[in-house]
Design a protein around this ligand. Structure first.
Ligand code: PHE
Length: 451
């Protein structure tokens, strides 16, 4: 590996770091996946388990990743190399960083396909094409939409180009500027939609569905799904939070930032859930509709609601903003690595990586039509295989080794120096990061492997 150059990029304020990290965390995971897995797993009891997983595993590993990034002051592989050089661990820890770089790129390849659906739906809604559509119409529309290889590839391409055009300009003029526009936009839209949902008759039913637990609906599998999702939604295990942490000046408080990120991500997921289920119940749709919930059922609901055209357009605009602010954080670990370790100019690196990810994503786009019958891992088609490989294997593995490194290899003193934790908290943190988080994540990993 080439000698690392010093990293000069830093966030211009603590607030923008928190916003960028929240932008990464809040994405399709919150708006698309969280509602449908909550629907499939019976609602409030699942939400409660999910919240516990966020606290017991998500929060400690998020602290660990950001801290490693800041201590290493470089792209994930180099950050690990830098830290290991100081504490005397094995060079093999560099693979933790490489897992992050590869995982981020792989996940982006299919994430961009779904983000493309959001973009297409946004434009359809804007043109008023969902007005008056019934359930059958929405189903047909969706089926036809995903059956078109050219269409899916087109929308996927647009998302990839947008992602590259943002990151190409660097941390301050690229990521920060985009985040400064996207995040306030997303929040305003969410609040408008939430305000509207509160006036709906089904709002209280939606509230009960999310907050009145019925534990008989909980299965062992739901718990594993909740834990896996706690990782995905906080962008853990993929070097994303590590690379964002590496741009953090020494004077910023990691703990305060982390708490903000976790609270914002969770509150946004719950608000989005309340909005979506109010719409679902108000229209007599079923909450357990699966992955199609967002794209098959919501257009029907919007088509029948007052101001549905406007609300639907805002909703899908929110999906696109959330997905793009996550997409840029998936490519950044790889990009920073090419830039810092291989001396490749940022612009060139961004186009190369973006092109590679775009090419890989073709497989996921075509998995819905031309290559429907092509299977890669077990019975899974290409899209499902990519999701399985990244979300179910690489992500827990990344999280597990992050916890093991920070818990067992890194000295507590060096860690505390970075996080600034008071001794009493640090004791609890040590217990969690050494034992609780790794054991829980290992259970999920092993289960995913045999499932
Ligand atoms: N957290 C993002 C979401 O909820 C997904 C993501 C995963 C982003 C991993 C970056 C890295 O959609």
């Amino acid at each position: 590996m080439a000698q690392s150059k010093n990293l000069h990029a830093t966030w211009s304020s603590q607030t923008i770091f928190v916003l960028a990290a929240v932008g990464s965390a809040v994405g399709l995971g919150n708006l698309w996946k969280f509602p449908y897995i909550t629907g499939e797993n019976g609602g409030a009891a699942f939400v409660l388990v999910y919240l516990l997983c966020i606290l017991a595993v998500g929060l400690p590993i998020l602290i660990a990743e950001i801290t490693l990034g800041r201590a290493g002051q470089a792209s994930p592989p180099q950050a690990m190399a830098n830290i290991v050089r100081k504490v005397g661990g094995s060079r093999l820890w560099v693979f933790l960083g490489i897992n992050g770089v590869l995982g981020g790129l792989l996940i982006l390849s299919f994430y961009s396909v779904i983000a493309g659906w959001g973009l297409a739906y946004f434009l359809q809604s804007l043109q008023g094409n969902f007005v008056g559509m019934d359930a059958q119409g929405a189903q047909n529309y969706f089926d036809q939409f995903v059956a078109s290889p050219g269409g899916l590839v087109f929308w996927h391409s647009l998302i990839m180009v947008a992602t590259v055009l943002i990151v190409i300009k660097g941390v301050r003029s690229g990521i920060e500027r985009a985040i400064n526009i996207m995040m306030p936009g997303l929040l305003v839209i969410l609040l408008i939609l939430f305000g509207y949902a509160m006036t709906m008759p089904a709002f209280s039913q939606s509230f009960d569905f999310l907050f009145q637990p019925d534990f008989s609906k909980l299965t062992a599998n739901s718990i594993l799904v909740a834990l896996g999702h706690a990782f995905f939604t906080l962008s853990l295990g993929f070097g994303t939070m590590m690379v964002y942490g590496s741009y953090l000046p020494k004077s910023f408080s990691i703990i305060r930032a982390t708490l903000w990120i976790v609270v914002a991500d969770t509150v946004i997921a719950l608000l989005a859930g309340l909005v979506i289920f109010s719409i679902v119940f108000d229209n007599g749709l079923t909450p357990g509709a699966g992955p199609g919930l967002l794209f098959q059922t919501l257009p029907v609901a919007f088509s029948q609601m007052q101001f549905g055209w406007l609300l639907g357009t805002l909703f899908f605009a929110m999906v696109v903003l959330a997905a793009l602010s996550s997409a840029i954080s998936m490519i950044e670990p790889g990009l920073s690595w090419l830039e810092q370790n291989w001396g490749i100019a940022r612009a060139k690196g961004a186009w190369w990586l973006g092109g590679g990810v775009w090419f890989l994503g073709l497989g996921s786009a075509l998995a819905f039509n031309l290559w429907q019958d092509v299977t890669l891992i077990g019975e899974r088609d290409i899209f499902e295989s990519m999701d399985f490989l990244t979300s179910n294997l690489m992500l827990p593995l990344g999280g597990l080794f992050t916890a093991l490194f920070v818990g067992w290899v890194w000295s507590r003193q060096q860690r505390d120096q970075q996080t600034g934790m008071p001794p009493s908290w640090s004791g609890v943190y040590t217990l969690v990061i050494r034992w609780i988080a790794p054991i829980l994540v290992a259970i999920v990993f092993v289960n995913n492997l045999i499932a």
